[in-house]
Design a protein around this ligand. Structure first.
Ligand SMILES: [Zn+2]
Length: 113
């Protein structure tokens, strides 16, 4: 039966895979493939041991995966609030200053702010 195990080192997560071991049971050779808490890995790594293999994923990678969409959404929100504050249309950025409140955008027909 196949099994997998995750181990956390100093700067990486190691996913180890053993195709023939019962779930949660590692042989002594596989235990030596666990990351030690002080082991520093800054790059991706992979390897094989007699029955299975492992993949090292540095901790900066999931951090980047979380930060990039968050920063992008934050930037879009900041721009939308800035446009609303200065009176631009939220859809086409047409300058709505001077228009009566509640009318649709004369440029794109978008709803009022
Ligand atoms: Zn508009």
């Amino acid at each position: 039966m196949a099994s997998g195990i995750l181990s956390l080192g100093g700067s990486a997560i190691r996913a180890a895979y053993t195709p023939d071991s019962p779930v949660g049971v590692l042989s002594s050779g596989e235990r030596s493939e666990l990351l030690s808490p002080t082991e520093m890995r800054w790059l991706f790594g992979w390897g094989r041991y007699p029955a299975g293999g492992y993949l090292d994923v540095p901790l900066w990678f999931p951090l980047i995966l979380a930060i990039l969409p968050t920063a992008f959404a934050w930037r879009l929100d900041t721009l939308a609030r800035r446009r609303a504050r200065v009176g631009l249309c939220a859809h086409c950025h047409y300058d709505r200053r001077g228009l009566v409140a509640g009318v649709v955008c004369p440029e794109c027909g978008g709803g009022p702010l």
